[in-house]
Write a protein that binds this ligand. Structure first.
Ligand code: SAH
Ligand code: SF4
Ligand code: F3S
Length: 438
């Protein structure tokens, strides 16, 4: 039986895509392995969001080429495939610069992989496939099975927002919603094969729109439909765009017990001047008003965000406005990044780029505040009894790791027969990054 090794960079959408690509290869008789040496196919699923992401790719290709050469000496052929967002952005450069790569396939073309492999094997030379087809790739892929009690399901893809710093509209194409029927069917299949929690994915997941029996639906309605699936215990969704939030979706947090009390709503900056330059279509007031509505619907909701520091033109004053916004909102968790100029994006041409040391200093200051808030949020759950979905074995023997409704990872000493179950645990300790419980 041939083996395939997959390494994934980037966001949850890429992790989901890797699972779908694996599904396509399994249908061809391949089996997944985590040993590169035994793999007949080596696949890298790449990300282009920040500088380091694509730098990492070329060193990774170098490492895999060593494996490929070693296998060649043993008389074995190895196919090296690069997939994902870097291919969409600079596929031809990858083929030029990295001769070890046999096939480069963009994020909207990976359903063609079986055919591309056949074409390659007929010795037609190296292949680059990176265009936006009219048909949805999902129609051509075998059904996905749950590989954990907690799984991803892509409901929406692409982005029409064109924030001035971001590559996603170029790498993923325009916004597209999968149909409600298709999503519900996939969700049922995932639950039948062991999923208890589904994380709905989309670059702007709350822009999802659909239809059922002639009735228009938004993400809130979709969540209500999903919550009717027996055996599905938890629903989450990410990432939402602030000004696309509907009251119906906010209300779902009050009305649907299976919808977890957690919202990832990236603001990026606390300065309206910077938000405007970023081409984000909201102000800090609108954002805070939306958060207030979430807290009204679900007072205990955990709020999370992404931040970019050092966007071109960001002054010390702008940055301090971000710090004050953070202090007003109080985040349970967050991701923060130094602005990274991406080739071809409008922000990369702006004259007033911020020096690297300033970006670094601001990131450290912001992360200090965010980490403190995260720690405080975690400490506030100590002493509570929370339902925890135990999804994997912990690092230590006899330990399991799971997630609270607020997406806090927690470790517990527990027999492994409790793996893949939801247990009520008492939270006994908290750090900034995780909890302990019993
Ligand atoms: N669609 C989501 C975000 C997708 S990208 C949204 O609009 O909120 C994930 C995060 O990467 C972004 O929220 C942003 O914080 C960060 N990011 C994107 N482009 C970046 C860049 N050029 N430099 C630094 N961070 C970036
Ligand atoms: Fe990128 Fe903006 Fe689209 Fe988010 S909304 S994916 S940050 S362009
Ligand atoms: Fe990266 Fe593409 Fe996701 S650029 S963050 S893998 S959409």
């Amino acid at each position: 039986m041939p083996f395939i090794y997959i390494k994934t960079f980037g966001c949850q959408m890429n992790i989901y895509d890797s699972a779908r690509m694996l599904g396509a290869f399994e249908k061809l008789g391949y089996q997944a392995t985590n040993k590169k040496e035994e793999a007949d196919v080596l696949l890298l699923n790449t990300c282009h969001i920040r500088e380091k992401a694509s730098e990492k790719l070329f060193s990774e290709i170098g490492r895999l080429n060593e494996v490929k050469k070693q296998r060649k000496q043993e008389g074995k052929d190895t196919l090296l495939i690069v997939a994902g967002c870097v291919v969409q952005a600079e596929g031809s450069e990858i083929l030029e610069r990295a001769h070890a790569v046999d096939i480069a396939v963009g994020p909207q073309n990976y359903h063609q992989l079986p055919e591309l492999v056949t074409r390659y094997n007929r010795r037609k030379g190296r292949i680059l496939e990176a265009h936006f087809p009219a048909a949805s790739k999902f129609d051509f892929l075998p059904p996905i099975k749950a590989n954990s009690a907690s799984v991803f399901l892509a409901v929406q893809e692409g982005c029409d927002k064109f924030c001035s710093y971001c590559v996603v509209p170029y790498t993923r194409g325009c916004e597209y919603s999968r149909s409600a029927t298709e999503i519900l069917e996939e969700a049922k299949g995932l639950v039948e094969t062991g999923a208890q929690e589904i994380m709905l994915l989309g670059q702007n997941v709350n822009c999802w729109r659909g239809e059922k029996n002639g009735q228009k639906m938004d993400l809130g309605d979709l969540i209500v439909s999903l919550s009717e699936i027996d055996g599905l215990e938890r629903i989450r969704y990410t990432t939402s765009y602030p000004s696309e939030m509907t009251q119906n979706l906010i209300d779902a947090h009050r009305d649907v017990p299976k919808l977890m009390p957690y919202i990832h709503l990236p603001i990026q900056s606390g300065s309206n001047t910077v938000l405007k330059a970023m081409n984000r279509h909201y102000t800090t007031d609108t954002y805070e008003e939306i958060i207030a509505r979430f807290r009204k619907a679900r007072p205990d909701i955990a709020v999370s965000s992404d931040f970019i520091v050092g966007f071109p033109g960001e002054t010390e004053e702008d940055f301090e406005q971000t710090l004050s916004l953070v202090k007003r909102v109080r985040y349970a968790s967050s991701f923060s990044f130094k602005y990274s100029p991406r080739p071809g994006t409008p922000a990369s041409f702006m004259k007033n780029q911020i020096p690297e040391p300033v970006k670094t200093e601001r990131l450290i200051r912001l992360q200090q505040v965010l980490l403190e808030q995260q720690k405080e949020f975690n400490q506030n759950t100590v002493g509570k009894i929370l339902p925890v979905l135990l999804v994997e074995k912990g690092k230590e023997k006899g330990q399991l790791t799971g997630y609270t409704p607020y997406l806090q990872p927690t470790h517990v000493k527990m027999n492994s027969r409790f793996l893949n179950t939801i247990q009520s645990l008492k939270i006994t300790g908290a750090s900034a990054t995780s909890l302990t419980s019993e």
